[in-house]
Design a protein around this ligand. Structure first.
Ligand code: GDP
Length: 424
């Protein structure tokens, strides 16, 4: 059984918690895209962790964790993450695809300098080097992990690469150039650090599929940040869709039998871009923001305040459909317990017409939300483990969203801890 666990929205839907939970009955957990730019928060018996690159199966000793070929491998940040998990007493198995590409020092620099250059037109990048990394990958200027172990090729390639990079650094950004031999030394350090983890992970996975093993494919961010189908250009530079998970893990697409799409009971987004259901009143937004997630809606990687809004049925139906969800998990239902009435965005008004389907970025910017108000339950629902024990208004809220999405909500999360879950 291969299940993809992916986000329906702008990311931060709670994929980490749900993957950690589903991993209890899995054999392998794979990260198939993204890099150190976004974090998955996990709270379990070992403590609270923001995992950036480590798969969320890392806390289960018998599971194989894989960083797939679709990921942007940041060795420095991975080393720190591994240390924090080891310090908590976790024993784990981790393999890194020999075809994953390695994030290089200039990627972070170019990301930072480009945001500076764009000024008030900047994308709100986390400056982790993701956009320059994927530009290099697709222009065949990147380095796959196996190349770290081929000295001659590595030096030759770095020399060529930095001839070009230095022109950009010097003439576009007016910044110091990079000596490719310094990068070579850094990369040899990386090669040493990860040498016991490097493997043909596609082969491991293909064999596991033949043996009927249970595999989870863990996505980063969500549909609305997908390069092609998201709010371009305010997107990430890799595909966040379950459709890409086969490519980013190196398995046949037909092996994926289940797509669990995660969405939150309200909306949050980071970075720039249109956000139709955003709460524009700052006091009202802060009321939701400080109650959101496990410690308020502040970025797991950057700590910056996330933009917050009401649940958006138009964006989420689009998100769920593009992911090809076979089931949905609704998280953070407990967060809305303070409200007597819960606004939900059920349509977009654009140039006098109401739209129920998602639009392109220009139109989204000019759309206003059609708001319906549902009754709140206005009491604490943490600790409830059965759907039928939820207050009638909370059940009605879940059922309303399920109907709007057209896909079964099989899990409702009502707290950040592993055990805060209701199966339906
Ligand atoms: P991810 O990137 O999709 O894994 O999501 P993040 O970790 O960035 O953000 C989700 C936040 O919500 C984290 O702070 C989680 O601890 C928290 N969280 C997940 N599920 C729930 C839930 O059901 N209720 C509450 N209150 N917080 C949750």
């Amino acid at each position: 059984m291969v299940k993809a666990i992916v986000g329906a929205n702008w990311g931060d839907e709670g994929k980490g918690k749900i993957t950690d939970l589903c991993a209890e009955s899995a054999d392998i957990v794979v990260r198939f895209q993204g890099g150190a730019n976004a974090g998955h928060t996990i709270i379990n018996k070992y403590g609270r962790f923001a995992l950036h690159q480590l798969p969320s199966g890392i806390f289960h000793e018998n599971i194989i964790n894989i960083i797939g070929n679709g990921c942007a491998l940041n060795v420095n940040s991975l080393t720190e993450e591994i240390a924090s998990v080891k310090e908590a007493g976790v024993n784990f198995k981790l393999f890194i695809s020999e075809r994953a590409q390695v994030l290089l020092p200039h990627h972070v620099l170019l990301d930072t300098y480009e945001e500076e250059r764009l000024g008030n037109k900047a994308f709100g990048s986390t400056k982790s080097g993701i956009a320059p990394f994927f530009s290099d990958k697709y222009s065949k200027m990147g380095l796959q992990v196996w190349e770290l172990y081929n000295d001659e090729l590595l030096k030759e390639k770095l020399q060529m690469m930095y001839e070009k990079v230095n022109v950009t650094l010097k003439h576009l950004y007016n910044k110091p150039e990079i000596d490719y031999m310094d990068v070579y030394a850094t990369l040899k350090g990386y090669a040493e650090t990860i040498k016991n983890n490097v493997a043909d992970t596609s082969l491991i996975l293909r064999k596991a599929i033949k043996e009927g093993k249970s595999i989870l494919l863990e996505g980063q961010l969500g549909t609305l940040k997908d390069t092609d189908h998201g709010i371009y250009p305010y997107v990430t530079s890799s595909s966040t869709l379950a459709g890409y998970s086969a490519v980013g893990a190196g398995i046949p697409p037909y092996a994926i039998s289940d797509i669990l799409c995660i969405t939150k009971a309200y909306s949050s987004a980071v970075g720039e871009g249109p956000f139709v259901s955003e709460i524009l009143d700052e006091a009202e937004a802060e009321d939701l923001r400080r109650r959101g997630g496990d410690k308020g809606e502040y970025g797991a990687t950057t700590g910056r305040a996330r933009r917050v809004g009401w649940f958006d049925t138009v964006a989420t139906r689009y998100g769920v459909e593009l992911q090809g969800a076979t089931e949905v998990c609704l998280t953070c239902l407990d967060v809305l317990s303070y409200l007597e009435e819960i606004p939900v965005c059920t349509g977009y008004e654009y140039e006098g017409k109401i739209y129920k389907d998602f639009l392109t970025t220009d139109k989204l910017y000019k759309s206003t939300p059609v708001i319906e108000k549902l009754k709140g339950w206005n009491c604490n629902i943490k600790g409830i483990r059965e759907f039928d024990k939820l207050p009638a208004e909370a059940k009605a809220y879940v059922e309303f969203i399920e109907k709007e999405l057209g896909v079964k909500i099989s899990m409702v999360s009502n707290g950040p801890a592993r055990e805060d879950i209701i199966y339906r």
